[in-house]
Design a protein around this ligand. Sequence first.
Ligand code: XUL
Ligand code: CO
Length: 439
Amino acid sequence: MLHKFFPKVEKPIAYEGKDSKNPLAFKYYNKDQKVGNKTMAEHLRFSVAYWHTFKGNGKDIFGDPSINREWDKASDPMDRAKDTLEAAFEFFQKLGVDYYCFHDRDIAPEGATFAESCKNLEIIVAAAKELQKETGVKLLWGTANLFGNPVFSQGAGSNPNAHIMALAAAQIKNAIDATKELGGENYVFWGGREGYETLLNTDLKREQEQMARFFQMAVDYKKKIGFDVQFLIEPKPAEPSKHQYDFDSASTLYFLKEHDLYDHFKLNIEANHATLAGHTFEHELSVASAAGKLGSVDANRGDYLLGWDTDQFPTNIYDTTLAMMVILNQNGLGKGGLNFDAKVRRSSIDPMDLFYAHIGGMDTFARGLLIAHEMIKDKAISSFVDERYKSFTSGIGADIMAGKVGFEEVEKWVLSAGNPVLSSGRQELIENIINQYIH
Ligand code: XUL
Ligand code: CO
């Protein structure tokens, strides 16, 4: 096991059970424990986000970096990238996660030219491949950073300048190649700057057609290179753009249908993006899942009092329970996983905080998994849902849904049926039952 950048963690974090007082132990996440027919690790497929965990330096719009990492000290950017890679794999092993995710520019520095950036990426990918082989850690997804470089200030795929759109496409091609080289299971598109700042200078229809072409080129390329990767779009309503085209699950699914791309993409749902869109996490997961399009999850949380993407680690058991209900009810995430797109706070400057943060997030989801599994097994909620729609399983309800009757037949039936009998929605009782399972 690598042992250099996190000297205070001498052995991998172990499961010690809920009564443990050891801050460096899992209280609920027990990797190999079976829950139903899968182990916890198989259900949860945890992943560490390279950008926040290893590149995050506490910088915000009001303040300079507050966090200095040992692996970020070398003067040469490529040496820094190599040290960071070593720190990352040491962390994955010590934490005991099987997956990680990156943007191209997280793992390798941008060069003076596009060609130099590609070369840097290739070198780091080769080193990452070695470390993956050595440790068994795998790539959940790769993506391209098409929002940091000022060249993308007016968008990447939706940029009004064709040269910049082409540059973005070329960068994605290289990021897909990198993902393939590392055996990545998914590739994510998050269009932070694919949107507008003002409609006064924007041809909204054209920009969305450009985005559709951009995605189509990616679909064509993956087919051409024979890469069986799952493409995921990650919706977010805004930030950094005023309005992002992939606003939420519903608008993204509509966009895909409208542009004949529906079969080629699933969604990567992020909790904090859901709340920014004015939805709950559970809502976004449910909309995606109902369409058969819930592919993966960026596990984090926002702050209900702040209107931006705070990307905090998940700590709310109620939220993770409802999330795991959706995930279990669709039989898991398939190739997807739970990626902690979350960062420690600006004041959490100690590398040990990275362990505490991830341990907390993993335990919170493990508890959610255990509770959701019990509730599903007992039909604690689904029995109420089934009962609520029972009138559609036979008689006029079944006839309506089967297309056997239209307005006239229905009118005749209504005239003979008397007044409808109302039944309770039982919301409070269901809420009580959920709390009982949680406690
Ligand atoms: C930004 C965000 C991204 C994506 C990947 O809000 O969530 O980090 O997950 O580009
Ligand atoms: Co994200």
